[in-house]
Design a protein around this ligand. Structure first.
Ligand code: ADP
Ligand code: GN1
Ligand code: MG
Length: 363
């Protein structure tokens, strides 16, 4: 749903900004929420978001998670300006319910930007350092305080079951044209149970993880060559560290965009994988268990497989989840992910050695 900009400004007036909000525009490239950059009469910028309540069905719990995590991180930081803060409504609530849906406001962090293009190895390294530090920063966070904002978010088994249901139902009448892609997912169904099983039997520990560590969810100061802030905290929940490592690689180590149509431009970059491994495992590696260190690399294959399967499922279900900018967008996205999975499968040894090596401080 496109929200009318006048309404957006009106909604912004309900939040505790220093001065009244006077202008605003759509902002960013997220696939889930509707994001606006708004500016108050005193020149201060804010982020106003309509929360996608189709995806996040319990907004109160979602915002309790985010308030808890942002306050925890800010309390330990000396650069408060660079910390994500929830701006309350004038009534003191963390969200505002308008007829259009649920809205929230954040301080606008201008010290860094979201990289939306294919990153250089150095840029990806910086993003990895950012996500690695985020992981460390939340190490002591009381997990019992966190709600599952999306239950089974990275339960790849459940994702696989839903995929098979979507194939069988074929709601959008598209299954016939994507037989090869359906076969691709089926032929690798064994991936789906690997991490879920290891978490269940205790081989891998549950940690507080971000779960959506894609490149544009960390703001980078390109001039200062440093990560500034990890954003998009909707999915901070219990998870495996493999997910955070994996999604960073998925989104950053491709030579093409996530929705590139020319698949000859899409391949797995070993150089950028190495950069991500160095940054992430270099920051967070020390505290990892032996099993985590040795299986970190598999998170990259799993997250890419899972994400491709989610795009394909959404295509089969008639494009009900991810934001689209053109017809066939979800299928284009699925195809890039499957190409990357194939590439990564040929590089398992290299991937494992690099991630484990950096995690052990031995590379
Ligand atoms: P989505 O869940 O839709 O991905 P995000 O929270 O990631 O939504 O926001 C979308 C984009 O808006 C981000 O990728 C980033 O570019 C920008 N953004 C979000 N929050 C902030 C913020 N506090 N300061 C600056 N930019 C932000
Ligand atoms: C979504 O919200 P955004 O755009 O950062 C999605 C991720 C996917 C990603 C693929 C809550 O991330 O899980 O990996 O798109 N977020 C949610 O680009 O589903
Ligand atoms: Mg985002």
């Amino acid at each position: 749903m496109e929200n009318n900009l006048d309404r957006i400004l009106n909604i912004a007036l309900n939040f505790e900004t220093g001065a009244a909000v006077v202008k605003g525009a759509r902002y960013g490239n997220g696939h889930i929420n509707d994001t606006y950059k708004v500016t108050a009469a005193d020149g201060t910028d804010y982020i106003l978001q309509r929360i996608n309540d189709n995806v996040f069905t319990n907004v109160a719990e979602l915002m309790e998670n985010i308030v808890g995590v942002t306050e925890y991180i800010a309390s330990a930081s000396n650069v408060k300006d660079e910390c994500l803060r929830v701006i309350p409504t004038k009534e003191g609530s963390a969200w505002f319910k308008a007829p259009e849906g649920y809205f929230r406001m954040y301080n606008f962090i201008s010290a860094g930007i979201s990289i939306e293009t294919v990153p250089t190895a150095e840029e990806l390294y910086l993003s990895a350092v950012g996500f690695g530090r985020f992981q460390k920063a939340l190490d002591g966070y009381p997990v019992e305080k966190l709600y599952d904002s999306i239950p089974d978010f990275h339960n790849t088994m459940k994702r696989y079951e839903r995929f098979e249901i979507a194939v069988a139902a074929d709601k959008a009448g598209r299954a016939g044209e994507v037989r090869a892609e359906i076969d691709f997912v089926r032929s690798r169904s064994a991936y789906a149970g690997e991490v879920v099983g290891a978490l269940k039997n205790g081989e891998l520990p549950l940690r507080v993880t971000h779960n959506d560590t894609k490149l544009n969810n960390v703001l980078i100061d390109l001039k200062g060559k440093r990560p500034v802030t990890v954003i998009d905290l909707d999915t901070v929940m219990r998870g495996s560290i493999l997910y955070d490592f994996g999604d960073g690689v998925r989104s950053g180590a491709s030579t093409g965009a996530e929705d590139e149509r020319d698949l000859t431009k899409v391949s797995f970059s070993k150089e950028r994988y190495e950069a991500f491994a160095k940054g992430f495992a270099g920051e967070a590696g020390e505290r990892l268990t032996k099993t985590e260190k040795s299986r970190l690399y598999f998170g990259a294959i799993l997250m890419t497989y899972e994400c491709g399967m989610r795009f394909l499922t959404d295509y089969l279900e008639g494009d009900v989840y991810f934001k689209l900018h053109r017809p066939g967008h979800n299928l284009d996205r699925a195809l890039t992910q499957f190409k990357l999975v194939e590439d990564m499968e040929k590089e398992r040894t290299f991937m494992r050695d690099a991630a484990e090596g950096y995690a052990n401080g031995a590379r």
